[in-house]
Design a binder for this molecule. Structure first.
Ligand code: F3S
Ligand code: F3S
Length: 110
């Protein structure tokens, strides 16, 4: 899967959201998150991000390994203020802006 890293935090340009053919890039508060199993690895999002925040999970920049786990945690653990995990909604457009981040991202200092 592809993941979104630190460069997206407090930028959240959303060009990637428009580009993804399977609509699997979900928006939080400070950044966006790629659904690890809904992503079909097409790679279309990677070149359109103006801050180069997107990479393959196995190829994240040094020191950003935590973003691999946090892209997954956004979906498989309950977000702050919610009772249950998002799971696999199948469409970011249908879900809309979530407006919250994983604790890792909420506390991340750029
Ligand atoms: Fe979508 Fe990017 Fe995956 S465009 S399918 S999130 S590689
Ligand atoms: Fe973030 Fe880049 Fe997408 S800033 S929302 S990963 S286009």
């Amino acid at each position: 899967t592809f993941v979104i890293g630190a460069a997206c935090v407090d930028v959240m340009d959303r060009a990637c959201v428009e580009e993804c053919p399977v609509d699997c890039i979900y928006t939080g508060d400070r950044m966006a998150y790629i659904h690890p199993t809904e992503c079909v690895d097409c790679g279309a999002c990677e070149p359109v991000c103006p801050v180069e925040a997107i990479s393959l999970a196995g190829d994240v920049p040094a020191g950003q390994e935590g973003f691999v786990a946090t892209n997954a945690a956004f979906f498989d653990t309950p977000l702050p203020g919610r009772d249950s995990a998002l799971g696999s909604p199948g469409s970011a457009a249908q879900v809309g802006d979530l407006g919250v981040d994983t604790p890792f991202v909420a506390e991340y200092e750029k």
